[in-house]
Design a protein around this ligand. Sequence first.
Ligand code: PEP
Length: 255
Amino acid sequence: MQLLIAANWKMYKTGEEAVSTLADLGRLLPSPPGDRQVVVFVPFTALAQAARAAGPGLALGAQNCYPAEEGAFTGEISPAMIRAAGGTWVLAGHSERRSLFRESDDFVGRKTAFALRAGLQVILCVGETLEERDSGGLRPVLERQMRGGLDGVDPAFLPSSLAVAYEPVWAIGSGRVAGREEILEAHGLIRSLLENRFGAAGRGARILYGGSVKPDNAGSVLGLDNVNGVLVGGASLRAESFSAIARAPVPGTGR
Ligand code: PEP
């Protein structure tokens, strides 16, 4: 299984800035290590330029989509438009979309299933807030988000086209990476939910960790059980730090 190393550029970078960062990335990481797949989730407006500029072995994705082929959905972008612009991946259910734009589990699930059917690969993001964690809510929150987020997903798309990112909300952008035990517990739970829902295909699906991943902690996070990649926000904005994460040695694995 290839590790999936993903960059989320959020609402940063114009098309020109994206091209410039990708050029730096191409110099620092001419091609990703063979055991890794690298994808950069860029703003919609940068997607076509970024896809033309991306070096070999680098995939592009969008950070959101609307679950319809086309129609009167002012301000929205369809999976087909993402594909036409050169994107092959999309994020669904990032915590910023859940909290700032009130996206429900049900809506995230509709997007996930629709984007897969439309030929995109999807990273479904899940994770608890600090209040939910403190009140013992890790399991119910992950169960609810996974149930809603995967409702209607055809098992045929697993394992390669669907990955799940565990992103504890309190670790995103905070500089406070989740601890070893916290990651092991959440990823183990997500693995069992994937297996219950999809059987053997769920065993092969990748589970990414996201939340304050930096070059100095990426290797140890990637070495944990059931961690098959990372989703990186802040540290992905500069080619120096993202390329260091993408090639971080994983202690004790020979990777
Ligand atoms: C994210 O936004 O998905 C994320 C993980 O951000 P950061 O790496 O900055 O915590």
